[in-house]
Design a protein around this ligand. Structure first.
Ligand code: KIV
Length: 262
C-alpha cells in the first residue's frame, strides 16, 4: 500500500468543500496498482468492465459472481484508495434483503463501499445496506443499467421536471445514508444545483465541472477503449504503445533475435 492514510468512506465524504475528489475505475490487480500509485482517492470496480474488459454490448451481462471475481483482484493490490464495488444489474432490484446480501458478498470479496444505480426508488435498499454497516455511494443521472427504460445513453436533466426529479433523488439518497453520489451525464447546471444542495460529495462523469469530484473509466483515460464516450479525456495512447511492444516481440522471435543465443 502506498504511504499516507487509508482512504475510508468517511474520509472521502469529508473532502466535500475541501479538495476535489478523484475516482477512476480499475478491474484487476495491475490496473488497481497503477491507479493507486497515481494517487487517486477511490477505485471503482465498475460494471463498465462489461464493455471495456469483457467486450459485451451493455452492463446487463455482468453477474454478481463476475463482480466478486474482479473486486478480489483489485483488493489484492491493497490500495490506499477506497475500493468501491459496483452492484451489478439484478443484484439489488428484487428486494432490500437481496441488496443487503449482495453488498455483504462484495465486502467479503474486498469492497470497502458499494455503489448502486438509482434514486428515490432504491432509497430503501441504500438505507438497509447502510444499516448492515456497508457504506453506499449513490448513482443518478444516466444510469446505464436502465438504458432500455431511458431509451439509450442520453444526457439527463434536460427538462425542468427531470432536473427536479434528479434533485429529489439526490436528497433521498442522502437521507437514506449514502456517503457520496455519482452524477452521470447530466446537464452541468443540474449537477451544480445538486452539489450545492446536498451535504455529501458529488462525483461526476460527463456532468461538467461544478461537482465535488470526477470519475472516469481507466481504459478511456489511457487509450484502451474502443468506443470512449465523448466527455472522456484520453491522457495516453496505451493501445498503440502495447501493439508496438507485442509487434517488436513478434519480430524478434521471427528474426531469431529472441531469446538470445547462450
Ligand atoms: O461502471 C462504471 O464504470 C461506472 C462509472 C461510469 C461511474 O459506474
Amino acid at each position: 500500500m502506498r504511504e499516507g492514510k487509508k482512504v475510508t468512506a468517511r474520509r472521502l465524504a469529508k473532502k466535500k468543500g475541501a479538495e476535489p475528489i478523484v475516482m477512476v475505475t480499475a478491474y484487476d490487480y495491475p490496473t488497481a496498482l497503477i491507479a493507486d500509485e497515481a494517487r487517486v482517492d477511490a477505485i471503482l470496480v465498475g460494471d463498465s468492465l462489461a464493455m471495456v474488459v469483457l467486450g459485451l454490448e451493455s452492463t446487463h451481462g455482468v453477474s454478481l459472481g463476475d463482480m466478486l471475481h474482479h473486486i478480489r483482484a483489485v483488493a489484492r493490490a491493497k490500495p490506499r484508495a477506497l475500493v468501491v464495488g459496483d452492484m451489478p444489474f439484478g443484484s439489488y432490484e428484487p428486494s432490500p434483503r437481496v441488496a443487503v446480501e449482495s453488498a455483504i458478498a462484495m465486502v467479503r470479496a474486498g469492497a470497502e463501499a458499494v455503489k448502486l444505480e438509482g434514486g428515490s426508488e432504491y432509497a430503501d435498499r441504500v438505507r438497509e445496506i447502510v444499516r448492515a454497516g456497508v457504506p453506499v455511494m449513490g448513482h443518478i443521472g444516466l444510469t446505464p443499467q436502465r438504458y432500455l427504460r431511458l431509451g439509450g445513453y442520453k444526457r439527463q436533466g434536460k427538462t425542468r421536471s427531470d432536473a427536479e426529479r434528479l434533485l429529489e433523488d439526490a436528497l433521498a439518497l442522502e437521507d437514506a445514508g449514502a456517503f457520496s453520489i455519482v452524477i452521470e451525464f447530466t446537464v452541468p447546471e443540474v449537477a451544480k444545483a445538486i452539489t450545492e444542495k446536498v451535504g455529501v460529495p458529488t462525483i461526476c462523469i460527463g456532468s461538467g465541472p461544478y461537482c465535488d469530484g470526477q470519475v472516469l473509466v481507466f481504459h478511456d483515460i489511457v487509450g484502451l477503449s474502443r468506443n470512449p464516450p465523448p466527455f472522456a479525456k484520453k491522457y495516453a495512447d496505451a493501445y498503440n504503445i502495447l501493439v508496438e511492444a507485442v509487434r517488436a516481440y513478434a519480430d524478434d522471435v521471427r528474426s531469431q533475435r529472441f531469446p538470445p543465443k547462450p
